[in-house]
Each structure stands twice: as structure tokens, then as C-alpha cells.
Design a protein around this ligand. Sequence first.
Ligand code: DQA
Length: 146
Amino acid sequence: MTKKIHILNGPNLNLLGTREGSIYGYVTLADIEKNCREECARLGVELEFAQSNHEGELVDLIQRAGESADGIIINPAAYTHTSVAIHDAIRAVNLPVVEVHLSNIYAREDFRHHSYVSPVALGTICGFGPAGYILALGALTSHLPE
Ligand code: DQA
């Protein structure tokens, strides 16, 4: 059966391309989605790609992934540093999760150094910009059972 990966993106990532270019670069979320779709076609996996600015909607998206996906890649954006609800949702669905950040959160402000997602993630990729999503697809698919 074809494996299915859901990529979920948190608040303000819809503004990539215009948002704090010196930190996040100028690639848009639509560009990232296009690159991920190409990589998924190459890897032979199905992709769902979503973004929400709302914590509860991200919880809904994680629960939905739990019903049909084989793994999740998530950039929880600011909710990384605040959301027990997203931490709990990830624990509840019991799927492998790769956490992605465009920027190196450990080289930034102290409040970004703690992640509620890292302890429930398979692993974290941060600091490689949009390439992080492609690295995460490779990491997650290589982890999935045949
Ligand atoms: C981010 C890092 C977070 O600290 C920040 O709140 C974001 C984006 C990243 O991709 O580098 O919105 O997740």
C-alpha cells in the first residue's frame, strides 16, 4: 500500500516569502509545497499538505492524520514553544513525527530553545531552511516499515 505523509505547518508560515526574510528567506509556503510534492512523487509516497494559524485546528489536523497517515512532518512554528495541546495530540496518534524548523531555533532567542514537540518527535531538523522539509521526507520514509 502506498504510504501517506501529512505535512502540517503552524501560524504565520503562510506569510513565508514576505515575513522576516533575513531569518526565513524568500521562499513561499507554496514553493515549499511544490518541492515536497515533487520529492513525494520521487519517493512514491502520497502527500497531504496543510497550514493553519490556529492551535485547535492543528490538533484536528494531527488527529485526522492519525486516522489515515503513516507519518507526520510538522513545523509547529510558534506553538512549538507553547503548546501542550499539540504535544498531547502527537502522543495520542502514535505516529512517527518529524519536527522541522526553517531557522536554527537554538541560535535564536532563549524562548525558542524549548520545544514541546521534540520529546514526542522521532527527530528534529532545524536550521536548513526549506531543505529541511526534503530532509524530513527522506528521514521519515526511511523510518517507515516496508
Ligand atoms: C519556526 C521557528 C519558530 O520559533 C517560529 O515561531 C516560527 C518558525 C521556523 O520554522 O524556524 O514561526 O518554526
